[in-house]
Design a protein around this ligand. Structure first.
Ligand code: GLA
Ligand code: ZN
Length: 667
């Protein structure tokens, strides 16, 4: 499928006209307002099952037909959703098996959404059927441009059907060999040796929850269940609308499903971004959001993604819902585009009158008219996005990657030992990503099984678990000239959370890194150690590996505790490349300082040919250079030459002052 799906940036969002069935005149008003707001698309039907199938086998497409036609007449692209995210009451009443069973073994009653069993044959059949009806009906409709599958797939079910499916999954995974499973799960421990797969159940608090290999297997099973549920959903769509791209909306770093695996089944990635702005550290949040964009973009090798949801003002689900400052959402939207988004979409178009989300931000407020701050800001952004139409389809090529691996998120969470309360795997990845983000260096964020060879530098913080072949791939990469950095507690276990024998890091990585890790120390929260790197002192926070260097050069040493004087930062030349090890956690500027040196050594260059002030992010995409001010006040940008200010449509040079939440798009 082409990278360029549209010749304009899609600007729209979730549109739920079925909430307004009794005032259908509002639909024409919606069209008028969408045109005013420079909105060119709508995502419809997300929770529309009870609208289109009010009783089993009784279908009513009249509302959806009208809406599809109206949207088309007004030049809007329709992203049509399948309705499996929430089911009508009749379905749950007649077929209780479709409802989810929680960890406690009790089946949920009907209610909320995302409350379904992933295995239930009845639910799968009903979903496939309604999806087929939708595809049959709208396959020729000129407004239909994309499929949006379900909504934010998530959660898990512990019913008997799922337990049996899990056992079948395990049998396949472990070659139907219970002895092999016993060995890999180390079940000789605590007398847990199993006689058969039938003795296994999902990990729950009142049952088995201390076998990390079981917990990992369960997560993998839940991922595969979601994928097969999704494949079941899309079968009729692929058959009837083979040219319409398919996506489902992911959530920010949600780890209930291995998104890196799921991504391979989507035509394009889309995700829902709800940053926690105005909570005290907008700059840190902006880097974390940039990181997430790069995670999702990297899942498809740099192809554009969709920002399927964002709020045009506030959300309703934080404990306290502060209004974002004027222009914050526009800045945040431009950041998404800079990182590869080909759409800016909102939840939702019109605020609900009742229901759980009636105080969630929307483009059209309860007042119903266009004379609001939010509407004006959305309109302004809509016009600006039109000026960026040429950007769609353009890929991002990065020369540096940070490894943040979904399976490793789980593995890091499940093991017991060392710094049990302070693991923060994703934060660690963000910490090593930040130095590149702050300098305007495009960065990918990848799984450990992604191809390393296209990068000059790969950083893998806290790479605790190694998937099969990863150690060999790191070795190959460094041997061929790559620079690879790992940090503390890396390369300890295999995919069943079984420790590698023969010393850490695993296998031949000891030679690649030229070190051996002998022990690991953990520090209570009120205690910090000291270490130096390049003559500068750093705190040792929470955890550190005690090493001895074989062939590696020692660039930093511990300066406290009984291991003072031993290596803390090392670099080993191996083949044509270099392997670095940062043996301790530091919550301040160690990552920044090491990356400064790595950038110089690997020749990475910034997208900005001018200095990037603190709090500002620069990103090049296609021919456009985005300069985004996430600092809490003005920033001066000293441009290196004359550019065109794309939004003001005039030349731009010299020193430009960007206000808080200000942005410049240069060409
Ligand atoms: C999610 C859902 C939407 C809505 C928003 C509110 O992203 O997909 O339906 O509930 O959250 O923030
Ligand atoms: Zn189930």
């Amino acid at each position: 499928m082409d990278d360029k799906l549209f010749d304009r940036i899609i600007h729209g969002g979730d549109y739920n006209p079925d909430q307004w069935l009794n005032t259908p005149e509002i639909w024409d008003e919606d069209m008028r307002l969408m045109n005013l707001a420079h909105v060119n698309s709508a995502t419809v039907g997300i929770f529309a099952w009870s609208l289109i199938e009010p009783q089993e086998g009784v279908y009513d497409f009249s509302c959806l037909d009208t809406i599809m036609d109206k949207l088309h007449e007004n030049g809007k692209a329709v992203i049509l959703a399948t309705p499996s995210g929430a089911r009508p009451p009749w379905l749950a009443e007649k077929y209780p098996e479709v409802l989810r069973v929680e960890e406690n073994g009790i089946r949920n009653l009907f209610g909320v959404r995302h409350n379904h069993c992933l295995t239930s044959p009845v639910y799968r059949e009903k979903v496939r059927n309604i999806n087929r009806m939708l595809a049959e009906r709208y396959k020729e409709h000129p407004a239909l441009k994309m499929w949006h599958i379900s909504n934010e797939y998530s959660g898990e079910c512990h019913c008997d059907l799922c337990q049996n499916a899990f056992r079948a999954w395990l049998k396949k995974e472990y070659n139907n060999d219970i002895d092999d499973l016993n060995e890999r799960w180390w079940n000789g421990f605590w007398s847990h040796r199993l006689n058969s797969f039938e003795q296994i159940s999902s990990p729950v608090n009142r049952g088995e929850n201390h076998v990390s290999a079981l917990k990992l297997a369960w997560k993998r099973f839940v991922t595969d269940s979601h994928i097969s549920f999704y494949e079941n959903e899309i079968a009729p769509l692929r058959e009837l609308t083979p040219d319409i791209p398919i996506t489902t909306n992911f959530m920010r770093m949600y780890d209930g499903i291995d998104y890196q695996k799921f991504a391979q089944h989507l035509d394009l990635i889309s995700w829902d971004s709800y940053p926690a702005w105005e909570k005290g550290n907008n700059e840190e949040e902006s880097i974390s959001v940039a990181f997430t964009h790069d995670v999702f973009r990297s899942m498809k090798g740099g192809k554009p993604f969709f920002l399927m949801e964002s709020t045009p003002s506030l959300v309703n689900w934080h404990p306290v819902n502060k209004l974002p400052k004027p222009a914050r959402q526009a800045l945040s939207s431009m950041q998404a585009v800079a990182h590869g988004a080909d759409s800016i979409q909102y939840f939702q178009w019109r605020k609900s009158r009742g229901g759980h989300e009636k105080y969630h931000g929307a483009v059209v407020d309860h007042c119903g008219h266009e004379n609001t701050r939010v509407f004006r800001e959305v309109t302004r952004l809509g016009k600006q996005l039109e000026l960026l139409a040429d950007i769609t389809g353009s890929r991002t090529d990065s020369h540096v990657a940070v490894v943040c691996d979904w399976e490793n998120i789980w593995a890091v969470r499940y093991f017991c030992g060392y710094n049990n309360n302070r693991r923060d795997y994703i934060k660690e990845c963000e910490k090593w990503y930040a130095p590149f983000c702050k300098r305007g260096i495009a960065t990918d964020v990848i799984a450990m099984d992604a191809d390393f060879s296209k990068y000059d530098l790969v950083i893998a913080p806290f790479l605790y678990m190694l998937k099969d072949g990863t150690a060999e791939r790191i070795e190959e990469y460094v041997k061929n000239g790559g620079t690879f950095l790992m940090t503390y507690l890396s390369a300890l276990v295999d995919t069943d959370d079984r420790c590698y024998l023969g010393g850490f890091p695993a296998g031949n990585l000891k030679n690649v890194f030229g070190i051996v890790c002998e022990e690991t120390d953990s520090l209570p929260e009120n205690m910090t150690g000291k270490a130096s790197f390049n003559g500068k002192m750093y705190d040792v926070n929470h955890v550190c590996d005690i090493l001895h260097a074989d062939t590696a050069a020692v660039l930093g040493t511990y300066e406290s505790d009984f291991y003072a004087g031993t290596p803390a930062v090392t670099k080993n030349t191996f083949g044509k490349g270099a392997a670095w090890y940062a043996a301790f956690r530091n919550d301040d500027c160690l990552a920044n300082d090491i990356c400064q040196q790595l950038i110089a050594e690997t020749g990475l260059v910034s997208d900005a040919a001018f200095p990037v002030p603190d709090g500002v992010q620069v990103r090049k995409r296609g021919d456009f250079l985005f300069v985004l001010n996430f600092a809490d006040d003005n920033r001066s940008i000293c441009l290196d030459k004359e550019y065109t200010d794309v939004l003001a449509e005039c030349p731009c040079s010299g020193t430009v002052s960007l206000p808080e939440c200000g942005y410049l798009i240069l060409k």
